[in-house]
Design a protein around this ligand. Sequence first.
Ligand SMILES: Nc1ncnc2c1ncn2[C@@H]1O[C@H](COP(=O)(O)OP(=O)(O)O)[C@@H](O)[C@H]1O
Ligand SMILES: [Mg+2]
Length: 271
Amino acid sequence: MVTLRDEDGQLLGVGKIVRSRSDLGQQFESLQHRIETLDSSAHRKDVFLSTLAHELNNPLAPLSNALRLIRLSVPDTKALEYPLNLMERQIQTLGRLAGDLLDLARIGAGKVELKEETVAIQDIVQQAIESASPLVRGRHHSLEVRLPPMPLFVQADPDRLVQVFVNLLNNAGKFTPEGGRISIEGAIEADEMVMRVRDTGIGIPRNVLPRIFEMFTQAEESRSHSQGGLGIGLAVVKQLVTLHGGSVQASSEGPGKGSLFTVRLPLPNPG
Ligand SMILES: Nc1ncnc2c1ncn2[C@@H]1O[C@H](COP(=O)(O)OP(=O)(O)O)[C@@H](O)[C@H]1O
Ligand SMILES: [Mg+2]
């Protein structure tokens, strides 16, 4: 509060200082300017990520082809088995990184449009297992699939839904020590399709769980197991599941006690 008096000390009035209209106008303009700057730097970051992802991804197909050519044309590759396998594995790792980056860029730009159709969850799981199996097989994990024999249908973009389970299975493979157990199961519960991906691996610390689906979150303990990861996979999983109208949840009894990821998808409307 301020009081206003004339030269003789007579009280003229009491009041609050308010900012003038032109002050507010200036503030508004400067805020607007900041928003525009942020928008344009976010946009440039998206463009950068997408360019980087494509540039990283482009050399991989020719490299894979060249490897195949060596295997086919060199009469005895036995002595080369070790370096060739190593190159193959590293190319796969780079492929996963570039794939994650591409997704991040696409999703960031709001460019993911689902091509939904009615698909059997059994086919989705089958395809996901085929993509994820090099990692699972490479580390001698056992993989158990529990799905009802009759087809269970969901309304989904098959490629995107496969990607969700590839990510979850790859994580289960990555974060489970040699010889662990991984399982994927699905069932209809109430009016939802519920899928569970479980492993007997290193588990997730309680303090990391609430942030696990955020971009770039990686538990300290898992860095050494991570064989090159950016912490993008689960963020992509969450975005894709949400786009399908579903939800995903992570739980773990704690370090060393394995992890469980539960994906819930709406069932197609009857009729
Ligand atoms: N099955 C799992 N078991 C233990 N930790 C996991 C599992 N899946 C994910 N995490 C944790 O969540 C983090 C983020 O996973 P993700 O987004 O797929 O990134 P990235 O695999 O590149 O590290 C991982 O770094 C790890 O700390
Ligand atoms: Mg991952």
